[in-house]
Design a protein around this ligand. Sequence first.
Ligand code: NAP
Length: 267
Amino acid sequence: MRSSTHTEPIGLPRTALVTGASRGIGRAIARRLARDGMVVAVHYGADGAAAQETVELIAGEGGRAFAVGAELGAFEGVRALVEGVRAGFVAQVGDGGLDVLVNNAAVTTSGGHLQDETPEGFDRVFAVNVRAPFFLVQQLLPVLRDGGAIVNIGSAVTRVSLSDELAYAMTKGAMETFTRTLANVVGARRITVNTVSPGPTQTAGLTAAMAAVPQLEEMLIGGQALPWVGQPEDIADPVAFLASADGRWITGTVIDASGGTYLGPKR
Ligand code: NAP
């Protein structure tokens, strides 16, 4: 029997919300899902102009998207995002239903090492990276259609020990646990839940660091199995796969999309 999981609702285009889609990996995911025919809600935190640029890039590629701003460090922001997304889809497609949620927005801490972390920094990184996606799922479940997909963006930091990213790594570990448990919670509705975990990926921050430190590219590649610096599209493609009908039987798992970062020594 053919499953209807991850396919168009009758008479409507599929819809997606990508958090943190104003730049970087989130922008690449939003563009890819729009190319796959979804109407995309492009979420941003502070940079509305950058989110509008994502919307225009999508329109230039023949897709449909709209921007929604919400600060995810506070619960009110989650509520505002849910309302904005529902209203946006009603306006764009005549129905407030959602097919794909990509929890991508995240922050790192200003601390990093154990001794440098502050209670405020710790709370902030958990609020944005864990509490926001948790309550976003809770609040969106009534409009998330049966047969939908939730994709969380994790990080390869959970399988190695990077002592300068301690609290950040803990948030990504929490999201892996969320992924596994949530998959059982929503599975009866044929909704899949997975995490895609990038390694170092060339967003604006890494591009600037590579310009400042000429050896960095070689160092990064030296720590990976595959010989190029990860690009946002290298992450967007596996997300699109999980959100597509081809990914309908995959749930509760973590997919490493890091080009084989820190697999071990190369001999
Ligand atoms: P990025 O370039 O720093 O962009 C972050 C996005 O999240 C922006 O759209 C930003 O919106 C939004 N955001 C940040 N804080 C927010 C807040 N408090 N409230 C609402 N929105 C907020 O991120 P990225 O490097 O593309 O990373 C995307 C995902 O991949 C993250 O989950 C990250 O942990 C993961 N990851 C990245 C790498 C990497 O090397 N880049 C490696 C491993 C994992 P505004 O700009 O509008 O504020």
